[in-house]
Unconditional design. Structure first.
Length: 453
């Protein structure tokens, strides 16, 4: 007490349950889709925007550091009235579950630790023997067309059209066909340079929600509909149709000799808790026949593509983390005269993804708000080695960032320690896929749109 000390442990962010962002983790609840597809209320009454709240000490919010021996309350220098020092501890930039080391002094009277600085694990080290030196030397010449290209796509939405199609006149099924032609037709795209296609979640649509089930139950009760089951509408028929369409679609890509890795998402018929297991082979009977080309992956996903380590997920982990990393909206720097809450929005997807790399943990909010399997001995979400490509799927828009050895943002990949962060946009919402050059780590976006500007 009173002396400068260092403590290491897990951040615990205690907020009033009434103010805390809602946690919707019911497997059959279709509204959990808002984790991956946040949208404005004006677009759809069924979807909610991703909600986030500022940490407010005046309203009883408390930040702790916890380990096996107990917990201690944390306060930054600014909280204790020392305005001459910078607030190195910002509760709005950390979430429950983040492991950190803090430097500060414990007040002998209150038992609160006044934090002078906070430190995180940093990006994981590069695994020996997995650098891109061999890949760089294997290129016949300097032309990029000879470089292996990784195609990242998410939110294919098999089973139905996009909710915005009725407004724009576009067709999601047609855009999927355009993507298929781009991969398989040499005259439309350079599919020969694509070494692998990774489907990052959102490939099938969600089951019909409860409100639609009740309405369809009345219609099915007086008909001989095949979806009628015990007098009730069987919403699983929608998932069955989506899986059949997905199976046919992936099979056409595999028939062109392009490897495909499939990452399950929240709507897929697999376990809800992270890490999610691969889909059962019987659900994709045609695709699994391509033994050497098709791989049913876990979520999160890890693979070695042309000697380059690739790590990613369907995006639910980062979407959940964003809710606890709020930022003030433009023009709302102060609380209004009526004392209303300051308008805030979640942090950007690329910033939250960057933080998971800096703390070497893919899902720090689990199991507090992200449903995860309990693990007493090891944590499956800890990054033990550094990936060259680190992505998430089902984002609102494309974002990319190049990160250096110490976690800083850089412009070019000057060494083998660089990591390319990629936020893959939802194909059903944007019609976009991402191409990553595995030699240079450069990114390109290809847009498929059948609507004239």
């Amino acid at each position: 007490e009173g002396a400068l000390s260092i403590l290491a442990g897990t951040i615990v962010k205690e907020m009033d349950p009434k103010r805390r962002p809602p946690v919707k983790s019911t497997y059959t609840d279709a509204s959990v889709q808002t984790f991956l597809f946040p949208s404005d209320d004006k677009k759809s009454e069924k979807q909610e925007p991703l909600r986030s709240l500022m940490f407010d000490k005046d309203k009883g919010d408390v930040l702790h550091l916890e380990d096996e021996s107990g917990r201690v309350e944390l306060a930054s220098d600014a909280d204790v009235g020392d305005e001459t020092k910078n607030a190195n501890l910002d509760p709005n930039k950390v979430a429950t579950g983040v492991v950190a080391a803090v430097v500060g002094k414990v007040d002998s009277g209150t038992g609160v630790m006044h934090v002078h600085s906070i430190h995180f694990a940093g990006p994981p080290p590069v695994e020996k023997g997995s650098t891109k030196e061999g890949l760089r030397g294997a290129s016949i010449n300097d032309e990029e067309k000879n470089d292996p290209i990784l195609l990242l796509v998410s939110g294919l939405g098999c089973g139905s059209d996009s909710p915005t199609d009725a407004e724009t006149g576009a067709s999601l099924s047609l855009r999927r066909e355009m993507l298929l032609d781009y991969l398989t037709d040499p005259q439309l795209g350079d599919g020969s340079s694509i070494c692998r296609v990774v489907v990052a979640g959102g490939a099938i649509t969600a089951a019909v929600d409860t409100a639609e089930d009740k309405e369809n139950t009345k219609k099915a009760a007086s008909s001989n509909n095949a979806t009628k089951k015990s007098g009730k509408y069987d919403s699983t028929a929608n998932v069955t149709f989506s899986l059949r369409e997905l199976d046919v679609y992936i099979t056409e890509i595999l028939s062109a000799g392009i490897p495909v890795d499939y990452i399950p998402g929240w709507n897929d018929p697999t376990n809800a808790n992270w890490p999610q297991r691969p889909l059962h082979s019987c659900l994709l009977p045609n695709s699994v026949g391509f033994v050497d080309l098709f791989r049913r992956s876990t979520n999160p996903y890890e693979s070695d593509c042309s000697g380059v380590k690739v790590l990613g997920s369907d995006g639910l982990n980062v979407a959940d983390l964003r809710r606890f990393l709020p930022k003030k909206c433009d023009g709302d720097d102060e609380v209004n005269d009526e004392g209303a809450e300051v308008k805030v929005s979640p942090s950007s997807s690329i910033d939250a993804l960057h933080q998971t790399l800096n703390i070497s943990h893919m899902a720090p909010t689990g199991p507090d708000s992200l449903p995860t399997f309990p693990s007493s001995e090891t944590d499956p979400f800890v990054m033990t080695s550094r990936p060259a490509v680190y992505f998430i799927g089902n984002c609102d828009e494309f974002e990319a960032r190049l990160v250096g050895e110490k976690g800083e943002t850089i412009d070019t990949a000057a060494d083998d320690d660089a990591t390319r962060l990629v936020c893959v946009p939802s194909f059903s919402s944007t019609g976009e896929v991402v191409l990553v050059n595995l030699r240079t780590l450069e990114c390109d976006v290809v847009s498929f749109n059948d609507v004239s500007p």
